[in-house]
Design a protein around this ligand. Structure first.
Ligand SMILES: *Cc1c(COP(=O)(O)O)cnc(C)c1O
Length: 394
């Protein structure tokens, strides 16, 4: 068994850390430990395993060998001590936020977070007397929003539609000075492109349904933090709410992880090429992508991230409903679908969220399309967009 006692490189973590082949008949790939519980040779061993239920297989709501292996790798990739795995990214987010708040407490959250994170804060937690203030994410806005009952600063940098960037280092320093913990949704960047814990955050969260698994075949979530936070969340939200990851999902995410670096590199190249193509196109009003020099958060992005991946948005000049529909319908490489982070390229038209009879009154901007550039060739993606723009005359 490899020992976690130094800073390993990403490739070592992904390919070797936590693999213990001698315990599973030297099988190259790990088996799926599809078992709900584990048996012990005598009472002492059982008692010992129960005492360490968060880290030793006992009952699979606690942990399981597939989850141990994946958790070990994700914690190491993020530079954190421990990882808890959940049935979805949303389950990880809910467990993390809920673990720090009680009735009367206050959360400061960056505006336009992932939609279900917003609902957790404004609807679900509000029922239990927890209030949230949404801020633009500048240090000033965060400082002004803090009050004596503030417990959590919730960041999502970049967010997943227009990719506003927050300065993790500056904001976590501010939060720490007020005794506030910082939670960062790191799904967009992954630990390959951004390490929030190293920049001062207390908790880093992922939707593993996106890049980490990378093949559109699993929904899962991960929460990376210190051993202290892990034990508290394990004994609280994790075991009581029980929104756990299955052994098969952990196995699939582990398999996806083997190619994480190479997939991200390709996605980033594609994302940048597509962003540059759209940026100069006369039909385009604005491109949202953190790696473009004119992006509002570009300077901070370059400081705290090492890449941006394949997710970007484009706003066309036209608001014409029939042109917007025609553009979406003419795409061939880009599938019309939600999610992102896998091999296939995807398009999420904001118009899908609008009542088509009444575009103008909608709260979303129907001329924005979110594009995810997967592992297709950049030339084909650009040709697909060019063709759909031409045919729709958007
Ligand atoms: C998808 C997503 C989530 C939620 O993750 P699920 O696995 O779908 O529950 C949270 N944050 C961001 C940024 C996401 O894109």
């Amino acid at each position: 068994m490899t020992d976690f006692s130094e800073n390993f490189s990403n490739d070592f973590i992904i390919n070797h850390l936590g693999e213990d082949r001698s315990t599973y008949l030297n099988s190259g790939a790990p088996p799926v430990f599809q078992s709900s519980m584990f048996a012990f040779p005598h009472l002492d061993a059982m008692r010992e395993a129960l005492r360490h239920e968060s880290s030793q297989p006992f009952y699979s709501r606690g942990t399981n060998p597939n989850l141990q292996m994946l958790g070990r790798k994700l914690a190491a990739l993020e530079g954190g001590e421990e990882c808890l795995l959940f049935a979805s990214g949303s389950a990880a987010i809910a467990a993390a936020v809920c673990s720090f708040v009680r009735q009367g407490d206050h959360v400061v959250c960056v505006e336009k977070p992932y939609s279900w994170t917003g609902k957790l804060l404004t609807q679900w937690l509000a029922r239990f007397g927890v209030e949230t203030t949404f801020v633009d994410g500048s240090p000033d806005s965060v400082e002004r929003a803090f009050r004596p009952g503030t417990r959590v600063l919730y960041l999502e940098t970049p967010n997943s539609l227009t990719f506003e960037i927050q300065d993790i280092k500056a904001l976590t320093q501010l939060a720490r000075s007020k005794g506030v913990v910082t939670i960062v949704d790191n799904s967009y960047a992954t630990p390959i492109f951004q390490k929030p814990l190293a920049l001062g955050a207390d908790i880093s969260i992922h939707s593993a349904s996106k890049y980490l698994s990378g093949h559109s075949d699993v929904v899962g979530g991960a929460l990376i933090c210190s051993a202290e936070h892990k034990e508290r969340i394990f004994a609280g939200e994790f075991m009581t709410l029980g929104g756990i990851m299955s052994p098969m999902s952990a196995w699939l995410i582990l398999r996806g992880l083997r190619t994480l670096e190479i997939r991200l590199k390709k996605s980033h190249e594609n994302g940048l090429a597509v962003a540059r193509f759209l940026e100069q196109h006369p039909s385009v009003d604005q491109v949202f992508y953190p790696w473009l020099e004119n992006h509002a958060g570009y300077e901070i992005a370059r400081k705290q991230m090492t890449g941006a991946g394949g997710l970007l948005s484009v706003r066309f000049k036209s608001q014409d409903e029939s042109k917007i529909s025609a553009f979406a319908n003419h795409l061939q490489y880009f599938l019309l679908a939600c999610s992102w982070g896998s091999y296939e390229s995807l398009c999420f038209p904001q118009a899908a969220l609008c009542d088509s009879a009444n575009y103008q009154s909608a709260r979303v901007d129907p001329s924005i399309f979110r594009l995810y550039c997967g592992l297709d060739d950049a030339e084909n993606l650009i040709a697909d967009l060019d063709r759909a723009i031409f045919l729709s005359s958007i």
